[in-house]
Ligand binder design. Structure first.
Ligand SMILES: [Zn+2]
Length: 91
């Protein structure tokens, strides 16, 4: 018995591990078809979670985990933009 709040767990599409949602970045595909990092956690659309780690992000790119989760093709320039976001978040 404990009153501790359980962390909300989500699976990272890079390493496949379950992580606390606050240690992950949600990448979202909006209804307009844009793919962007969800900085607020409130963007509507289909989301995928990746650790705040560029390594994990690159893994997700290589394994096409993002494309699988978002159910769409991701352009190289979109990946590039996301990667700089991950690099900024992890430093
Ligand atoms: Zn990960």
């Amino acid at each position: 018995m404990s009153n501790q709040k359980k962390p909300v767990l989500r699976r990272c599409v890079g390493c496949g591990e379950m992580k606390d949602k606050k240690d992950l970045i949600r990448v979202v595909r909006t209804q307009e078809g844009e793919i962007l990092p969800d900085k607020t956690g409130r963007v509507n659309g289909r989301g995928a979670y990746v650790c705040k780690d560029p390594e994990c992000f690159m893994n997700a790119v290589r394994k096409k985990g993002l494309e699988r989760s978002l159910k769409c093709r991701v352009d190289a320039q979109v990946y590039e933009g996301l990667r700089s976001y991950f690099e900024g978040e992890s430093s």
